[in-house]
Design a binder for this molecule. Structure first.
Ligand code: BV8
Length: 243
């Protein structure tokens, strides 16, 4: 069964860790997930970073290494095909909570990484000019937190931790894409992390058709017009079959 896609449609997509599960990457809240193995307050908050920056860098370096070793799966590729199908007459925006870079490696181009990226680093010292712009970094910092060449302060992963604001420009672009889309497709997310969890309400308010693809029904599944349960790598290719 497909979504009857037309080349002039405006499509906004939101993905979470579930779309990368079929590439072998752990999700957060499933059994055996990252938040079962790690205390989120120790590894995904600014306070945790200040308390033990070496621990945080080990956590993110392990995820960097796993993400580099992973391959995009059929779900990532199906979304990239949809983007190409829409590129001349339609609109496509891929909003991802994932920081693993697999959408881009799977061919997607217009990607909004609302929670940042595993592969970007910046200075943690707000007074340092190198805290304002992140740079590409694939180094594994397993033996201690790296230091800034400019100010000598700690470097940090350029991801958004709990209690930190998302980049306002990125969030605005995501909200605008959802506000003007015909179809809002959500894949592989428990839908519990705000403000991104609120995007489904934006889609419903403006009358978009909302479709969820998830392994299990998340808390917010009743907000969606359609729910397709299953593995994204199995469901998406047929759901996004192009005419
Ligand atoms: C903010 C870092 C304003 C990067 C992440 C108290 C103080 C401060 C803020 C709050 C507070 N209380 C609440 C908040 C807001 C908070 C929040 O929402 N908390 C929740 C948990 C209650 N949000 C924030 O703090 C945000 N900032 O609000 O700023 C502010 C500022 C100061 C003070 C007040 C407000 C920042 C949120 C970003 C946090 N950073 N990660 C990283 O390490 O990755 S969030 C983390 O969760 C990841 O980014 C992840 O992407 C995200 C969402 O998780 P999911 O992707 O959905 O993954 P999950 O495991 O949960 O679900 C996977 C799903 O896939 C499951 O449903 C499963 O069934 C499905 N699945 C599994 N396999 C498959 C599959 N589906 C399909 N196919 C499969 N094969």
């Amino acid at each position: 069964m497909s979504l009857a896609l037309r080349p002039d449609m405006s499509v906004a997509v939101l993905t979470g860790a579930g779309i990368s599960a079929d590439s072998g990457l752990a999700t957060f809240r499933d059994s055996g997930g990252l938040w079962e193995q790690h205390d989120v307050t120790q590894v995904a908050t600014p306070e945790g970073f200040l308390r033990d920056p070496d621990l945080v860098w080990r956590f993110y370096s392990h995820r960097r290494r796993q993400a580099m070793a992973a391959d995009p799966n059929a779900a990532h590729r199906a979304l990239a095909s949809l983007e190409r199908f829409l590129e001349s007459r339609g609109r496509f925006t891929l909003i991802t909570q994932n920081v693993d870079g697999l959408h881009q490696r799977g061919g997607a181009r217009n990607v909004l990484e609302v929670h940042g990226s595993l592969f970007r680093t910046r200075c943690a010292n707000p007074a340092c000019p190198r805290s304002k712009t992140a740079w590409q970094d694939e180094e594994l910092h397993l033996d201690g937190a790296p230091r800034c060449g400019e100010c000598g302060g700690l470097l940090r992963p350029a991801v958004v931790w709990f209690g930190e604001h998302l980049d306002p420009e990125v969030l605005f672009a995501a909200e605008q894409a959802v506000k003007r889309c015909d179809l809002f497709l959500v894949v592989g997310t428990s839908g519990v992390v705000w403000p991104v969890a609120g995007l489904i309400l934006v889609a419903r308010d403006q009358g978009a058709r909302s479709v969820l693809v998830n392994l299990e029904p998340p808390e917010n599944h009743r907000y969606f017009d359609e729910v397709h349960l299953g593995r994204a790598a199995e469901v998406l290719p047929s759901l996004l079959a192009l005419p």
